[in-house]
Design a protein around this ligand. Structure first.
Ligand code: ATP
Ligand code: MG
Ligand code: MG
Length: 453
C-alpha cells in the first residue's frame, strides 16, 4: 500500500545531522557500550534531577501562591525552550498526540504507541509516573531511553539551563518534559504520544502549539486542591490542551463535564467527538487486550480514534483503515491492530505477578474513586480465576502525595479473598514505602512492616 508522509515533516526525513533543528551536538562518552563512566554520569544525572524536587516544606509554602505559579508554568517553559534552542517548529514536527484526563492517560498512550509502532513508525512516548526508574517516562520505540543517551541529553539541558536560569531552575516534572522534547528531537522520532502531567491548561506539556490530535480520557476526582472539586472544573483544566483546528476526542463523561468540554472546544475552534463504546468497532478477531480490565476498553476506543485521526492528519495511510472524514464513529479494526492491542504492555496497571513462594501480587495504579472501583472489579475477576490455587493474593494500589489510603480503600470491594491490601507509596526518588490496609477496614495501619503471610 502506498504511504504518504507529511511533506513538512523533518522527522520523516533521514536523520543525517545531529545538529538538525538547532540543537547542539551530543557530547559523547567513549564507545557505544555502557562504560563505567557513562553509568556514573547517569547516576549523577539522576541525583541532580532528584535535587530539583521540592521538599515538603517548600511545597507547603508554595501552596498559597498556587494560582500564580500555575499561570507562570508555560511562560517559564517557553523561556527554557528558547535557551535550549527548541522552537515551535521543532515541537510541531514531532507529530504529537496529546492526552489529558484523570484516569487511563498512560494506558491510552501505551495503546496508541503500540499501534503506531506496529506499523514501523519510530515512536516517542512521554508518560508519568514511573514505577522503577525515571527513564520509563521517556520511551523510544516502546523502550525506556538508554542510560547513556539519558545522561548525555540530561547534561546538555541541565548545563544550559543552569547557566542561564540558575536562580530559577525548573522543578522535576518541568525539567523532564524539556528533556523529553530534547531527546525526541535528537532521536528523530516520527510521532510523539504525550501524556499531560496534571490538568492540562497550565501543564508544562501544554507548551506545544500544534499537536495533530488531542484526547481526554475518563474524568474523575484527583488533585482537587489544584483542579477543583467538581467534574466541570476538572474538565475545564483538561480541555486546556485543545487547540485551534486540532481535532479532540474524549471518553464518555457526565453531562456537566461534557458541557464544559464542548464549550471550551467551541471557544477554541476545535472539532470534538466522543469516543464510541468498544461495541461500535468490528475487530478482525477476538482480542485479549495487553492491559486487562473492562475499564481498559474505553482507553482502547480512545486510542483507536486518536490513531485514526493522527493518520488522517499526517496523511500516513494505515493498512486496512479506509480514508474517511473524522467522525468519531467505530470502524473495522484490522488483524494487525488486534495484534498490536494484544502486544501492548503497561506494567503496574492490572498486572498479575506470580512468585515461586506461593504469592500472587495484583499490581494496579488506581488512586481515585473511579479507578479504585475499576481496580476492584479487575481484582475480583483475577481472584476468581486464582481461587482454586493455594496462593496468597496481595493487591497493591498507588497512594502518593497527599492522597489518603483510608479514603481510597472504601472503594475497594474485593471482600475477604485476600488477606491484606497493601497500599504502595511510590516516590520519584525510587523508594517504596508500604502501608498495610486490612480489607474490611477503612483504617490504614500506616508504615507497619510487611506481614508474615
Ligand atoms: N478508563 C478508566 N477508568 C477507570 N479507571 C481507569 C481507567 N483507565 C485506567 N484506570 C485505572 O487507573 C490506573 C492508572 O492507569 P493509567 O496509568 O493508564 O492512568 P493515568 O491517567 O496515566 O494515571 P496517573 O494519574 O497515575 O498518571 C489503572 O491502574 C487503573 O486502576
Ligand atoms: Mg494522575
Ligand atoms: Mg499516568
Amino acid at each position: 500500500m502506498m504511504r504518504f508522509l507529511p511533506q513538512t515533516n523533518r522527522l520523516l526525513l533521514p536523520s543525517t545531522s545531529s545538529t538538525a533543528c538547532g540543537v547542539n551536538q551530543l557530547r559523547m562518552t567513549s564507545g557505544s557500550a555502557v562504560t563505567s563512566s557513562s553509568v556514573s554520569r547517569y547516576e549523577e544525572a539522576v541525583r541532580l534531577l532528584n535535587s530539583l524536587q521540592s521538599n515538603a516544606a517548600t511545597i507547603k509554602k508554595l501552596r498559597g501562591q498556587r494560582e500564580n505559579l500555575q499561570a507562570m508554568n508555560l511562560p517559564q517553559c517557553r523561556k527554557y525552550l528558547e535557551s535550549l534552542k527548541i522552537f515551535d517548529n521543532d515541537l510541531n514536527a514531532l507529530n504529537i498526540i496529546h492526552v489529558s484526563g484523570t484516569k487511563g492517560k498512560g494506558s491510552t498512550c501505551a495503546y496508541a504507541e503500540a499501534i503506531l509502532r506496529h506499523q514501523g513508525l519510530k515512536t516517542g512516548l512521554y508518560t508519568s509516573p514511573h514505577l522503577v526508574h525515571v527513564r520509563e517516562r521517556i520511551r523510544i520505540d516502546g523502550d525506556p531511553v538508554d542510560e547513556k543517551t539519558f545522561a548525555e541529553e540530561f547534561f546538555h539541558v541541565y548545563d544550559i539551563i543552569k547557566k542561564e536560569h540558575s536562580e530559577n531552575m525548573p522543578a522535576y516534572f518541568k525539567f523532564l518534559t524539556l528533556l523529553a522534547f530534547r531527546i525526541f528531537i535528537k532521536m528523530n522520532v516520527q510521532v510523539v504520544i504525550l501524556e499531560v502531567g496534571i490538568g492540562g491548561e497550565y501543564d508544562c506539556t501544554n507548551v506545544i502549539e500544534q499537536p495533530k490530535v488531542c484526547g481526554v480520557t475518563t474524568l474523575d476526582y484527583d488533585h482537587i486542591s489544584i483542579l477543583g472539586s467538581k467534574l466541570s472544573e476538572i474538565a475545564w483544566h483538561k480541555a486546556g490542551i485543545f487547540k485551534k483546528g486540532v481535532p479532540a476526542i474524549y471518553s464518555p463523561t457526565t453531562p456537566e463535564a461534557e458541557e464544559v468540554l464542548l464549550s471550551r472546544a467551541t471557544d477554541k475552534s476545535t472539532s470534538i467527538y466522543e469516543a464510541p463504546p468498544v461495541s461500535a468497532y468490528h475487530f478482525a478477531r477476538q482480542i485479549s487486550p495487553g492491559i486487562s480490565g473492562i475499564h481498559q476498553f474505553s482507553n482502547i476506543s480512545l486510542a483507536l480514534q486518536l490513531v485514526r485521526v493522527w493518520s488522517e492528519k499526517c496523511e500516513f495511510a494505515l493498512p486496512g483503515i479506509e480514508k474517511r472524514e473524522i467522525t468519531g464513529k467505530g470502524f473495522d479494526v484490522p488483524l494487525w491492530m488486534c495484534d498490536a492491542i494484544e502486544l501492548c504492555r503497561w506494567p503496574g496497571r492490572s498486572q498479575v505477578v506470580t512468585t515461586d513462594g506461593n504469592i500472587t501480587y495484583l499490581l494496579d495504579g488506581a488512586h481515585t474513586p473511579k479507578s479504585m472501583e475499576a481496580c476492584s472489579e479487575w481484582a475480583a475477576e483475577e481472584i476468581a480465576h486464582l481461587k482454586k490455587e493455594k496462593v496468597k493474593k496481595i493487591l497493591l494500589f498507588q497512594c502518593t502525595a497527599d492522597r489518603c489510603p483510608s479514603t481510597l480503600i472504601q472503594y475497594l470491594k474485593v471482600g475477604n479473598v485476600h488477606r491484606f491490601a497493601i497500599v504502595s507509596i511510590f516516590s520519584p526518588l525510587g523508594s517504596l514505602k508500604l502501608s498495610l490496609v486490612q480489607p474490611n477496614s477503612t483504617q490504614a495501619l500506616i508504615n507497619q512492616p510487611t506481614p508474615q503471610i
